[in-house]
Design a protein around this ligand. Structure first.
Ligand code: ADP
Length: 265
């Protein structure tokens, strides 16, 4: 860890809905606590860590005893607003356990199109890092529904990584990484260890998602990888089943799929 870690200054970690909620929609306390430990550990090594967390809609729907997952957008927005509170409370408790404060930062992809918004987001996040706080980011679903409709924060997390000049984005999913074809359909599929360029050949590998809680699938993860590589930022896709995978990625172990950016990671 010490070896690799020297080169990393700023990491964005994104967790999908299915990684931190139970099938029922209940927040998975054990997973949130494990994630908090991993982030605190990186932070203790002097690395700036921002977490992009999905799961608010699912958690909110569960809290309000709605059907499995709301289907229309206004209801998803309402569920997100309710679930966000529950999710942040849970994160705050777990991080506090490891001596870290968290901050809720709700953003939209607009930070990349609007220069003033982008600068404001960067200033806020820079200052939070400076103050040793772990920002926990989600889309502001009340004013933007892009991530609700497609991607479940995959794109937002890449936009955040670009905005704050991160060295590495880690997308944690229900799958070990990018495979040469969808492993949920083709058991013989092989994991791709390293990708240097996100081209047509890579896109051809991505099929439809089979996850119940997620809305992105592999395509939005590849779009995120493209956004990262364009700025020299490396990106990893790895399985959230065991969050120790974060440490392994940082150590440079061959887990998941690493999209190699220009920066020395
Ligand atoms: P999350 O909600 O955890 O972000 P998603 O469900 O959005 O994850 O995306 C992961 C899913 O993408 C996998 O469970 C798998 O069904 C699907 N998928 C499609 N093609 C591939 C591929 N080539 N390699 C890996 N996963 C793939």
């Amino acid at each position: 860890m010490e070896e690799k870690i020297k080169n990393l200054k700023r990491i964005v970690i994104k967790v999908g809905s299915s990684s931190i909620t139970h099938e029922t929609g209940e927040i998975n306390l054990e997973k949130i606590d494990d994630l908090a430990w991993e982030c605190a550990n990186l932070r203790n090594h002097g690395i700036d860590v921002a977490l992009v967390s999905s799961g608010a809609i699912f958690a909110g729907a569960h809290r309000m005893n709605l059907e499995e997952k709301p289907k229309d957008t206004p209801r998803k927005q309402a569920a997100s607003a309710v679930g966000q509170v529950a999710l942040m409370n849970t994160y705050a408790r777990s991080f506090h356990h490891y001596n870290y404060q968290v901050a809720q930062v709700l953003l939209t992809r607009m930070i990349e199109e609007n220069e003033v918004m982008g600068q404001n987001a960067k200033n806020s996040l820079d200052e939070l890092f400076h103050l040793n706080v772990v920002p926990i980011i989600n889309e502001n679903d009340a004013i933007s529904t892009l991530e609700i409709e497609f991607g479940d924060n995959d794109t937002l997390s890449a936009v955040v990584a670009r905005t704050i000049g991160a060295d590495l984005l880690i997308l944690l999913s229900d799958i070990d990484g990018l495979y040469d074809k969808n492993p949920k359909i083709y058991p013989e599929a092989k994991r791709i260890s390293k990708v240097y360029k996100v081209d047509e050949e890579i896109y051809k590998m991505a099929g439809d998602t089979t996850s119940k809680a997620g809305t992105g699938g592999m395509v939005t993860k590849l779009d995120a990888a493209k956004l990262c590589l364009d700025r020299g930022i490396s990106m990893a896709i790895a399985n959230s089943e065991d969050f120790s995978v974060i440490r392994k990625i940082v150590r440079g172990e061959d887990v998941g799929t690493m999209f190699i950016g220009g920066k020395d990671v």
